[in-house]
Design a protein around this ligand. Structure first.
Ligand code: ZN
Length: 110
C-alpha cells in the first residue's frame, strides 16, 4: 500500500499511513482516544469490549473495523492491480459512505 513496509496484515490494517488516517478519523468522530494495539486480533478484542459498553450510544460502532479493513483492502487491490491510487480524502469518503450504507441496511433488516 505505501511501498515502505512489508505487506503484512498488522501493517496494512493498523499501522500503514492510510490505515492510521482512517482509524484516526473514526476515533475522532466518536471522541475516543485510543492507543493502537500491535495486532489486528488485539484490536478486535479491545474493540469488542468497548463496543459492548457503547452499544446504546452508537449502533454502527460494531461495523467500523470491518468498514476500515474493507476500504483498505479495496484500495490496496486498486493500487496493486490497476495502478490507481485514491487520495486520502477520497478513501475517507469511501469509508464513511460504506459505513452509512451498512448501517442503513442494518436498520432496514430490523
Ligand atoms: Zn504501509
Amino acid at each position: 500500500m505505501c511501498d515502505k513496509e512489508a505487506e503484512i496484515n498488522n501493517h496494512l490494517f493498523l499501522h500503514c499511513k492510510t490505515a492510521v488516517n482512517l482509524w484516526h478519523m473514526f476515533l475522532c468522530i466518536l471522541g475516543v482516544s485510543w492507543v493502537m494495539p500491535e495486532t489486528s486480533l488485539d484490536m478486535l478484542k479491545h474493540w469488542e469490549g468497548m463496543s459492548r459498553r457503547r452499544r446504546s450510544i452508537e449502533d454502527g460502532w460494531k461495523y467500523i473495523p470491518a468498514c476500515i479493513w474493507w476500504t483498505l483492502w479495496r484500495e490496496r487491490n486498486e493500487r496493486s492491480h490497476d495502478g490507481q491510487a485514491s487520495s486520502i480524502q477520497k478513501i475517507k469518503m469511501k469509508s464513511l459512505s460504506l459505513l452509512y450504507f451498512w448501517c442503513k441496511q442494518d436498520m432496514v433488516g430490523r
